[in-house]
Design a protein around this ligand. Sequence first.
Ligand code: G3H
Ligand code: 13P
Ligand code: NA
Ligand code: ZN
Length: 311
Amino acid sequence: PYVDTKVILENADKHGYGVPALNINNLEFLHYIIEAGIKMNSPVIIETSQGAMKYAGNGDFRKGAEIFVKMVRTFADEANIPVALHLDHGKSFEYIVAAIKAGYSSVMIDASEHPFEENMKITKEIVKIAHAAGVSVEAELGQLAGIEDEAVAAENVLVDPEEAKIFVEETDVDFLAPAVGTSHGAFKFKGAAKIDYDRIKKVKEYVKRPLVLHGASSVVPEFVEIAEKHGADFGGAKGVPAEILKEAVKCGINKVNTDTDLRIAFVAGLREFLNGNPKEFDPRKYFKLAREYTIKVITDRMEVLGSAGKA
Ligand code: G3H
Ligand code: 13P
Ligand code: NA
Ligand code: ZN
């Protein structure tokens, strides 16, 4: 069924596991996520960025939001697992309202680039509107950036746990994304991968709500290799390995935002297939490996995070 993101995440919080929040732009990735969720008996959170809304609506983000809600509901209504649809990194009031009106389960207001007080003010406003419509809200504190220089990073970009406490009390936001050392994309760390576990624990202790880890892709070496073998150039790509994700969940992370891993698995499969089948031009056929690899990366992640078997 189609559910409130809050139901999925409060269960995850209560029982100490993480749920992957997986970005889509089109029908195929939705198929893969639903299939993976059913196969693993895992709840799933599907997210779309503002860019995805615009893309799906062929330039009209309101239409895109409506298309996504209809698509996701169509699959969710008959699936035997909880499925939620979330707006990822909502920054524009118009997009957020469009998502709420269309019927998204939850929205993110990302005002994290603003100073603390301003972020709090903007978030509070969105929470008021969203809650009135029965839609739950995620917000972000701190800036997503790797911890290369620890002292500087901690002061400038990572979440301040004391601020997190005030922020949640003041805004009544449902889920909080604290910056703890990850970043978006395929190039997260120059040196060894690391995140600030103590900071997650402190934030969890202070806010006692589901926490979100952004930039959580592992950049799975197996798929990077396949893609590169078939012509990709992902030199220097590095993500958050499974062991770190596991530990982050133990520290209190419940929603694990993942986009890059799906993109890399898909393109690895697509490149491999096209390379080996130069005469093929039917997308239903040339997505074969892309589909397999994308489902594999999702089912593996459900095992790692502990959402497998929790539907
Ligand atoms: O955090 C951003 C997501 O990976 C989606 O990015 O704006 O390219 O759709 P996008
Ligand atoms: P990745 O780029 O690590 O997949 O992060 C995605 C994300 O945080 C979406 O909000
Ligand atoms: Na999000
Ligand atoms: Zn993100």
